[in-house]
Ligand binder design. Structure first.
Ligand SMILES: O=c1ccn([C@@H]2O[C@H](COP(=O)(O)O)[C@@H](O)[C@H]2O)c(=O)[nH]1
Length: 243
């Protein structure tokens, strides 16, 4: 057998875990990241860390070889979101997100803003936050169940030119069927089976369940960042989802 046709020729699948760096400053973050390997995970910077450190830390982490999800969930008028997306694309981030609730014109403007970059970020639409359940939606005037709204907003995101969505893994199987194999499904709200509850998350799944349901990437913050041995938890998750 030609050795280049077997496992040797197959590129390694990207590590599915995106570690959410929800820290307050650069020093804590860098100390934490020192224990991580870019081959074993991707990183996410959200509102807390970006507000504290800006693009300098993001660029430092990318220079260390990590692929970066800039999770700022832009939600504003189309022009404002498009300009912000352009700046994020210039930074060289791998993933970027806008709120699907900003509507078609906002999402189309965002997609158009990043389209011209040679190595453009993948653009995601945030559907219904994984911290929300039906009662939260009802209070906001939405009679729909979360999964109904997620389905509608994911279809709109795809139709508006986005590359994928942020959703709960509970909706992954449905969206994989609706949207096809190439539409990215990035799922926060991941909790370990032997973990200590969901914190503020409401629509949760384990890593194994999420991958089996069709999720491409699992966003994991506290189950890893608050672990006594974060690298060991990451190894355990990678082994479980690749088994
Ligand atoms: O619907 C969403 C969208 C984004 N997030 C973000 O993911 C992480 C989850 O952190 P955990 O500590 O694992 O709960 C966090 O940065 C959120 O801002 C989300 O949870 N749900």
């Amino acid at each position: 057998m030609n050795p280049l046709v077997g496992d040797f020729a197959r590129p390694a699948a990207p590590a599915p875990v995106i570690v959410a760096l929800d820290f307050a400053d650069a020093a804590q973050t860098l100390a934490f990241v020192r224990g991580l390997d870019p081959a074993q995970c991707q990183l996410k910077i959200g509102k807390e860390l970006f507000t504290a450190t800006g693009r300098a830390l993001a660029e430092q982490l990318m220079a260390q070889g990590f692929k970066l999800f800039l999770d700022l969930k832009y939600h504003d008028i189309p022009n404002t979101v498009a300009q912000a997306c352009k700046v994020a694309a210039q930074m060289g981030v791998w993933l970027l997100d806008v709120h699907a609730g900003g509507g078609r014109r906002m999402m189309e403007a965002a997609a158009e803003a990043v389209a011209g970059f040679a190595e453009r970020p993948k653009l995601l639409g945030v559907t219904v936050l994984t911290s929300m359940e039906a009662a939260d939606l009802r209070e906001l005037g939405w009679a729909d169940e979360p999964q109904t709204l997620v389905r509608r907003w994911a279809a709109l995101a795809q139709d508006s030119g986005l590359d994928g969505v942020v959703c709960s893994a509970q909706e992954a199987q449905m969206l994989r069927q609706d949207a096809g194999a190439d539409f990215l499904l990035v799922t926060p709200g991941i909790r370990l089976a032997d973990g200590a509850g969901g914190d503020d998350q409401r629509r949760v799944m384990t890593p194994e369940q999420a991958v089996a349901a069709g999720a491409d990437y699992l966003v994991m913050g506290r189950p890893i960042t608050r672990a006594a041995d974060p690298a060991a938890v990451l190894r355990q998750v990678n082994a479980a989802v690749r088994a």
